[in-house]
Ligand binder design. Structure first.
Ligand code: IPM
Ligand code: MG
Length: 371
């Protein structure tokens, strides 16, 4: 099959990790007889440097035409430390999400058995934890009216949600729960916020269509605590934009490294796949960033294109790299491999998943994995 894939490498470590995900996709294309045509596009601080605009129109065009979008990372310290900056890299990503209508952000989190000791949380708390966070992505306080008084002393950000915005993501969350352990937890702040009370009412009504799924509710402050105390209780978490942003970074600790968490941002006509980690400026260009989250995002992209076997193959390759310790320093500080070497290993495994020919001495020497 033929597919058009837009690639937005973005800022910081984005280009390095995305290059490894592309190696994985190329290996899949080779082995399964597909043709992937890639079109690169600009977004973020690099786009501001080149064009003055964090999201050039051309990028939106490329994305609209693509079957799926692979994105790296966004952000640069020169903007983070300057609250007066009028143009910011992140505006590009937010505008892209809004322009393409990517309202549903899915962030799967699980404790990889091989990485349990990497997490600061105890083994018996996280072993077996497996959840999927459904974060609303184009509404709420991120997109409300922003105000700053003329004297610069008072600021506000509006938060609003409509029934329709809640309904469309809630259905997706319930459908996902039906394929999993059949539980949805709505995370909100309904004891304080009007928008949260609307979420509760709408989601409770929708739940009546999914009798096989249990719905429960948690206030976000309690949810943040439960995530650390007993993450195994969660199956599908459904939540609004800002709470989902916060709770998904917290949940990443369960996976042993934020460098492993992939995500999908899905709309009606388009979908974008990206690691949840940021641009990690300190690591840029050093060949030390963990490419696995980007590679796992490529697996989610393939599944979105209904290429299930292909997605499974990438995930097997990632499991294998974890099992062998063929990973970057965030996971394997004793004997780390470079970003690019990990990417080579994954591509190699995709092409040769049969273990019998693998030459482990060569692997550890960072050479070809095949005899
Ligand atoms: C994320 C990021 C973004 C967000 C930033 C970069 C705007 O933190 O995707 O979680 O807040 O949504
Ligand atoms: Mg975030």
């Amino acid at each position: 099959m033929e597919y058009n894939i837009a690639i937005i490498p973005g800022d910081g470590i984005g280009p390095e990790v995305t290059a490894q995900a592309k190696k994985a996709l190329d290996a899949i294309a080779d082995d399964f007889g597909h043709q992937f045509t890639y079109t690169n596009a600009l977004m973020g601080a690099c786009a501001i440097d080149e064009t003055g605009n964090p999201l050039p129109d051309e990028t939106i065009n490329v994305c609209e035409k693509a079957d799926a979008i692979l994105f790296g990372a966004i952000g640069h310290p020169k903007y983070d430390n300057d609250p007066t900056a009028k143009v910011r890299p992140e505006q590009g990503l937010l505008k892209l999400r809004k322009s393409l209508g990517l309202f549903c952000n899915v962030r799967p989190v699980k404790a990889y058995e091989q990485l349990i000791e990497n997490s600061p949380l105890k083994r018996d708390i996280i072993s077996g934890a497996d959840m999927s966070i459904y974060r609303e992505l184009t509404g709420g306080i991120y997109f409300g009216e922003k105000k700053l008084s003329d004297d610069g002393k008072v600021a506000s950000d509006g938060c609003s949600y409509s029934e329709e915005e809640i309904t469309r993501i809630a259905h997706l969350a319930f459908k996902e729960a039906q394929t999993r352990r059949k539980k949805v937890t709505l995370v909100d702040k309904a004891n304080v916020l009007e928008t949260s009370r609307l979420w509760r009412r709408v989601v409770t009504e929708i739940a009546t269509n999914y009798k096989d799924v249990t719905l429960d509710f948690l206030f976000v402050d309690n949810a943040a605590m439960q995530m650390i105390l007993n993450p195994k209780q969660f199956d599908v978490i459904l939540t609004e934009n800002l709470f989902g942003d916060i709770i998904s970074d917290e949940a990443s600790v369960i996976g042993g490294s934020i460098g492993l968490l992939a995500s999908a941002s899905v709309g009606i006509d388009n979908a974008l796949f990206e690691p949840i980690h940021g641009s990690f400026p300190q690591a840029t260009g050093k060949d030390i960033a963990n490419p696995l989250a980007s590679i796992l995002s490529a697996a989610m992209l393939l599944r979105h294109l209904n290429l299930y076997k292909e997605a499974d193959r990438i995930e097997e390759a990632v499991e294998k790299s974890l099992e062998l310790g063929f990973t970057t320093s965030d996971i394997n500080p004793e004997n780390p491999f470079g970003t690019s070497k990990v990417g080579d290993f994954i591509a190699d495994f995709i092409l040769n998943p049969d273990d019998t020919n693998r030459n482990y001495e060569n692997i550890y020497a960072g050479q070809s994995t095949i005899i």
